[in-house]
Ligand binder design. Structure first.
Ligand SMILES: [Zn+2]
Length: 269
């Protein structure tokens, strides 16, 4: 490793978070490239920090408001191209509404026009990042892989080795496939948008994969026996996060994980 880490991490925390005092989101800066922009409730501090950087380009891992919330404001002070997966480009033109609890936590998502679609790679002076489509958490999700350094910027693909609730549109099987895809890469450091963990990539991502595969297998088995989603949750000793479910109008909940598995199982059969 070089004396000075070429990767700068910017951590934007959440004020008055009820769920976790450490809750926050990371953005990264490497060789003129900003990866994600943080959430708009932290806009003042984000703009102050980003303004000081010699920024050549910006890339988004996906369209969620905690990753893109400062983009429109940042574009006013940094005139540089912004890249994202082609689906993200479309979504950002008119972002889907943000539910109450997410708006309280992260702030609103502002529409941004003129983002450029990125397909295979994005290059800086020193590095070449391969774009790895990794849908499941969202349909437009990408990871960035720098092969010569063994770096993976993993967006929201990992977050934690187990997950307690899902966004209504998340897809279990796609997440499983995306995890399998990145596990084939030679990663020595990974950079998650929420966690501070960087090491033991194979172990941590394999753990997450195992968790989702076990979960999916169990749900499918119980569904095939004729159990309804609420009963499946009970059988699997899953606890609903009622406050989150209610404050998000059902957008975030544990039962969404069960629904996703059943949807995928029905698609596969
Ligand atoms: Zn996300």
């Amino acid at each position: 490793m070089e004396d000075t880490d070429p990767i700068q991490r910017f951590r934007f925390t959440v004020a008055n978070s009820h769920s976790s005092p450490k809750m926050g989101v990371n953005a990264f800066f490497v060789d003129g490239l900003l990866i994600d922009t943080g959430h708009s409730n932290a806009q003042k501090i984000a703009l102050k920090k980003f303004s000081a950087l010699e920024m050549d380009q910006i890339i988004l891992t996906h369209h969620h408001e905690d990753h893109t919330g400062n983009l429109q404001a940042l574009k006013q002070v940094k005139d540089c191209p912004v890249y994202a997966h082609k689906t993200c480009v479309q979504l950002m033109k008119s972002p889907p509404p943000v539910c109450f609890i997410e708006r309280k936590t992260w702030g609103a998502n502002t529409a941004v026009q003129g983002i450029l679609p990125v397909d295979k790679t994005i290059e800086t002076d020193k590095y070449k990042f391969h774009i790895i489509p990794t849908p499941g958490h969202s349909e437009d999700h990408i990871c960035l892989y720098e092969a010569s350094q063994g770096w993976l910027f993993s967006g929201d693909l990992y977050v934690h080795h187990y997950i307690r609730y899902f966004i209504a549109t998340e897809c279990v099987v796609e997440q499983i496939n995306s995890l399998k895809k990145v596990l084939k890469l030679d990663v020595r450091r990974f950079f998650c948008s929420h966690s501070f963990k960087e090491d033991r990539f194979q172990e941590r991502f394999s753990q997450k994969l195992q968790f989702l595969e076990d979960f999916h297998g169990n749900v499918v088995q119980l569904h095939q026996k004729g159990l309804r989603p609420a009963k499946i949750m009970k059988e699997l000793k899953m606890k609903e996060k009622w406050m989150i479910r209610l404050l998000s109008g059902g957008w975030l909940s544990a039962i969404n994980m069960v629904h996703s598995s059943i949807r995928d199982a029905e698609l596969e059969s």
